[in-house]
Design a protein around this ligand. Structure first.
Ligand SMILES: O=C(O)c1ccccc1NCC(=O)[C@H](O)[C@H](O)COP(=O)(O)O
Length: 519
């Protein structure tokens, strides 16, 4: 089997250590000469001294580590992460020593001091000694490249020095290792171990902001969202999920003035209902991947949202068939629903034991200032609805969202797509920290539920890359072909399973889900 990039980094590092020794031929202090700052003693941002990466190539090849770390400290970062891997990240133990010495000078001057993390692909206990002597307050331990015994020995060595072991996890086996090392450290674990989840797959470089969301509940209280944070809005998203730290590299190394915005967005945010919605969705997505693979359902089945529910029997059947989300339209169209209906449906749904996990309930709105829009927002803030779908309206431009943000509105955006320019709006939503955006067909004069599909050429040209949430004209007849062509993560269906607007046809609904039975 061919070597992935992570295996290559580790192999080359082992070869360098054989040639140069654990200190890579660099003079390092005989003994530690700096004080100690607890790594993530308080919630906050960890900003990185990063010259290059295997995924991006050169990022800031000529950066001055002391100048950059000074900017980070002045932005009140909690920690500075210093990459010391030389082949792919162009880092060095010299950078680590320089940043730790800088923090010691700041400590003595009474200035804000950041903890210093040695970020590398560490393999041996004696590398912890070297990190400690250089002045690190924490060391990264990547669970995926260490076996149980080695991970435990390295964490114990960190504990012996009174520094933190920052254990990076991502896959199921990493979580098992985290449990092993936590048990091995006993009472000391709470003080020594900080867990981090990387939104970037180190083998493929693909980042997905839903990966940290999917595992937040399995992590200890102190937990870090690593990679893929490009803006203040992304930092807010991570905080909304309940992470106590973010690790930001490329964005701040390339653009140091961004450090301040990222730090303050993270520190002023909090865990809230928006984060809860994304956690529920992400847990559902990844749990479903596993259970479907083991059941009679097609493992490639997307998540399914059935929209435009106006009758209890339709919603209950959709739930029984395995719908992941149910949509209720709070916009004056033929599928308009009411507050009373949604409240009583929710009670009924929770009473019915048709599914282990009830579908998420969302209110679709086209005008946050309308009576209907405000009703859906209220129901989402109360927790009756799991989220609001801003359909064709930009929540970031609306006063309603600004007001409701303080009350933590769970929401996502749906964009109506009919021309290439519409993807500019989608890009702007992504920059605003939206982890997923639903794409729906644009038909003049009809806000949604049009029964029309998005032109294939547009999807092919413009929607590549990001996980796709797809609506518009999906039917039991075309769903298999659409899924085969575009591999959506979620599909959203309304008129394709109806006899009339808001009146679902049960045979069509069954036919839709039958398309996902393993063939
Ligand atoms: O469905 C509606 O009547 C509706 C009205 C106003 C705004 C949005 C609306 N639906 C939004 C959805 O999420 C639909 O499921 C989506 O447009 C797909 O509909 P369809 O093409 O009928 O499957």
């Amino acid at each position: 089997m061919s070597e992935d990039i992570l295996q290559k980094i580790v192999r080359m590092r082992r070869e360098d250590i054989d040639r140069l020794g654990l200190n890579f031929n660099i003079d390092i202090p005989e003994a530690r000469r700096v004080g100690h700052t607890e790594f993530l003693g308080n919630a906050g941002a960890i900003l990185e001294v990063k010259r290059a990466s295997p995924s991006k190539g050169d990022i800031a090849p000529n950066l001055n580590p002391v100048e950059l770390a000074t900017t980070y400290a002045e932005a009140h970062a909690q920690a500075v992460s210093v990459l010391t891997e030389m082949n792919f990240f162009k880092g060095s133990l010299r950078d680590l020593i320089a940043v730790a010495d800088l923090m010691e000078r700041r400590r003595q001057q009474g200035l804000h001091t950041c903890a210093v993390l040695r970020k590398d692909f560490l393999l041996f206990e004696d590398e912890i000694d070297i990190a400690y002597r250089c002045g690190a307050d924490a060391v990264l331990l990547i669970a995926r490249i260490l076996d149980d015994a080695q991970l435990v020995k390295m964490a114990q060595r960190a504990q012996k020095f009174g520094i933190q072991a920052f254990v990076e996890v991502r896959e199921a086996d990493d979580f098992r290792k985290l449990a092993v090392v936590t048990a091995a450290l006993g009472d000391a674990a709470a003080k020594t171990i900080v867990a981090g989840v990387n939104s970037r797959d180190l083998a493929t470089f693909h980042t997905d902001p839903l990966i940290p969301a999917s595992v937040r509940s399995k992590l200890p209280a102190k937990a870090v969202f690593e990679s893929g944070i490009l803006s203040a809005a992304d930092a807010t998203y991570a905080r909304n999920l309940g992470f106590t730290g973010i690790l930001v590299g490329e964005a701040v190394a390339k653009n140091p003035p961004l450090a301040k915005d990222v730090v303050s967005a993270f520190e002023s945010g909090c865990e809230n209902a928006r984060g809860l919605f994304w956690k529920k969705f992400a847990e559902r997505k990844f749990a479903n991947n596993e259970t479907r693979a083991a059941s009679s359902q097609d493992a490639r089945r997307p998540l399914v949202k059935i929209c435009g529910i106006t009758r209890e029997e339709d919603g209950l059947l959709a739930a029984e068939l395995g719908a992941d989300m149910l949509g209720f339209v709070f916009s004056t169209t033929k599928r308009l629903t009411t507050e009373e209906f949604v409240r009583s449906f929710k009670t009924r749904l929770l009473r019915s034991a048709c599914n282990d996990v009830a579908p998420l309930l969302v209110g679709v709105i086209t005008d946050p200032n309308s009576v209907e829009g405000k009703t859906a927002i209220k129901l989402a803030q109360e927790g009756v609805l799991d989220a609001v779908q801003f359909h064709g309206v930009n929540p970031h431009n609306s006063d309603a969202l600004a007001e409701s943000c303080s009350a933590a509105l769970p929401y996502y955006c749906a964009a109506r797509v009919g021309a290439p320019e519409d993807f500019d709006y989608i890009a702007s939503l992504r920059k605003n920290g939206e982890p997923r955006i639903l794409l729906d067909a644009k038909v003049e004069g009809i806000p949604g539920g049009t029964g029309k599909t998005i032109p294939e050429s547009l999807l092919r040209e413009k929607a590549n890359g990001a996980p796709l949430w797809l609506a518009g004209g999906i039917t039991p007849e075309n769903v298999a072909t659409i899924c085969e062509k575009f591999h959506p993560e979620l599909i959203d269906i309304s008129s394709g399973i109806e006899d009339a607007p808001g009146i679902k046809n049960h045979d069509k609904m069954k036919a839709l889900f039958a398309e996902f039975a393993a063939k």
